[in-house]
Design a protein around this ligand. Sequence first.
Ligand SMILES: C[S@@+](CC[C@H](N)C(=O)[O-])C[C@H]1O[C@@H](n2cnc3c(N)ncnc32)[C@H](O)[C@@H]1O
Ligand SMILES: CC(C)=CCC/C(C)=C/COP(=O)(O)OP(=O)(O)O
Ligand SMILES: [Mg+2]
Length: 292
Amino acid sequence: MSLSDVTTRDTVTIPGPATPYQGDIARYWDHEARPVNLRLGDVDGLYHHHYGIGDVDHAALGEPGAPDREERLIAELHRLESAQTQVLLDHLGPVQRDDTLVDAGCGRGGSMVMAHQRFGCSVEGVTLSVKQADFANRRAKELGMEDSVRARVCNMLGMPFATGEAAASWNNESSMYVDLQDLFAEHSRILSVGGRYVTITGCWNPIYGQPSKWVSQINAHFECNIHSRREYLRAMADNRLVPQAVVDLTAETLPYWELRATSSLTTGIEEAFINSYKDGSFQYLLIAADRV
Ligand SMILES: C[S@@+](CC[C@H](N)C(=O)[O-])C[C@H]1O[C@@H](n2cnc3c(N)ncnc32)[C@H](O)[C@@H]1O
Ligand SMILES: CC(C)=CCC/C(C)=C/COP(=O)(O)OP(=O)(O)O
Ligand SMILES: [Mg+2]
């Protein structure tokens, strides 16, 4: 039995998908089992559904034809994905042990585990997928973190948190599934005044004019709707979220994609990411904002 087949008793489902589209997305993630995600997660038990940043450690990859080359390459891709999470967590600001953090669109929970390991605080996640929430809760239990790390099946546009309850919240590659005005209104509601919101996301670049064919290909591949950079900044401004840092991570994510394209775990979407990052139509962005 694989971890993804395990149903824990603790997973709470708050019914149900608000729209037919959300039902599609719930089904998509309930059925997702790509080796590029599971084999990377198996390296150390942190399961991510986001991409990597940072320079490739070529020494760690060993010799090109060596028998353990693929294993090393998988470990290196995973290291870059975890490095991405650490950069997101770096931007949360000071976090106290009695704070509550919220991971909106938490996937299999890798970022939640890393946040708890780093800050010792409670981390609450929401995802549309029962399978993902079960998986995340199972991992939290295995790690003895079940009192502090919890995933629930819930729409991030109506989260089960009181007004002002969260010291910080984030979207790690999950904001392209929702309307940004609705999303930031909800983060603004759950965050305390002075709280911090962070997103890492792919967005289309207004300088290009419109979404390029590569961006459209990424949308079709994942059934998502990538927003423009301008839309992020506008929707934040409209919802009391004031950017403190806007970091273009495009150059830092390209090595991950170029390495991934040489692996046995390609999914066919590598060319679209590489070409759109290179032609300037698409950007990998971190935005950290204060709730004012
Ligand atoms: C690409 S995965 C990112 C997972 C996670 N943030 C990570 O970094 O590993 C996108 C996630 O967004 C979630 N999602 C999409 N729309 C959502 C919604 N309306 N409410 C809650 N979760 C949603 C999906 O269920 C999935 O877990
Ligand atoms: C930056 C953008 C536009 C992201 C879209 C959201 C998404 C699907 C992220 C990665 O998930 P994954 O880890 O399941 O994807 P893959 O299987 O390609 O690794
Ligand atoms: Mg992945």
